[in-house]
Design a protein. Sequence first.
Length: 459
Amino acid sequence: MAAAQRIVIENCSIATVDADDTGHASGHVVIAGNRIEAVGAGRAPEGLADVVRRIDATGHLVTPGLVNTHHHFSQWITRGLATDHNLFDWLVALYPTWARIDEQMVYAAAQGSLAMMARGGVTTAMDHHYVFPRGCGDLSGAIIRAASEMGVRFTLARGSMDRGASDGGLPPDFAVESLDDALAATEATVKRHHDASADAMTQVAVAPCSPFSVSTELLRQGAELARRLGVRLHTHGSETVEEEKFCHEQFGMGPTDYFESTGWLGEDVWMAHCVHMNDSDIAAFARTGTGVAHCPSSNARLAAGIARVPDLLKAGVPVGLGVDGTASNESGELHTELRNALLINRLGAHREAALNARQALRLGTYGGARVLGRAADTGSLEPGKLADLVLWKLDTLAHASIADPVTALVFGAAAPVTASFVGGRQIVENGRLLTVDEDAVARSTRAEAQRLAHIAHQA
């Protein structure tokens, strides 16, 4: 640490999101190399060596960087379609288009998705990509390349589907893989790209898509593969009443019992949505340490329902926030999910205290890090943790009259990001990305969206 270059941030409000929810009305953060060296009240210690930059953060709140636990980057180029559909009808409407993506499209879409999140305070992102049409190129490599260029910490959930329309699934047959091909490609992706180190920028999870698009064998062997390789597992679960009905009809049990029968509950597993869960389901998740990616905007967009987040938290289930794919959450931003999670979970009589501002912030930071298996090194501002943090500007018209900064961040309008750091490297300044040209990304995503629409129309 003594030889590491230091960045000193002072005169800011701080929400550490540590175990005690420690906060400082006016404090400091010292970054040394890629880690946090000190956090505390008042000015930074005098006499620090190798200080290369001092930031006067008056009027700002500093928090851990946001952690996105569920997304589908490729959907960036199919936004604004099927806007009045439930999940199954939406999938049927969009799968024929998604089935015609290629490497160039996926790279541009990943850039768009990542850029929107990063400029809004996300420092750790993930992508659940599961559509691999034949001859589409190296989609996993394209997504990882986009994340590396953006400078965010990243988990690729290498998805898969082997149940096409002819087998009772929703996707077209030419958009699914065989069982053996899916497992082999997933293993190759893990071996090529997964970094198990504490400060890893890229990790890979095993992620068959959902109960209604994969075979039981793909789920079972996927779980075995993940545990043999020492990586995490991710899928969709209990998202809609239609999924509940499907599982009972096909397997004679609900989604949670089905997942448990295939080895898909455990501390190394997290599932997206988990909207339709009964008390027994929640108890099973709590008993096994299975995590949840809560996606409030997407759940509302597709009319899936309201997840029982307060009950999950009370039971001790790990819960983080997810943007979900931008074809079901067109804004593509995670910081707006802090507010949406709080508001949606208060819907109903006498639910005014279902979630509060600090719980919402914890969902978007430490909760997400825990779900991704990275809470030892990210998700809170504590000495020794990775320097993944955000400076939110709260002294403008939108927030200045709200006394408590965390309340301002969560209840107020989307706050501007003055600076965002990943591993001590600044990737956002005054709301603009430093690592890529936002305007060029906008042009490329528009061009690829138009190309995909043309190809899909011709087909």
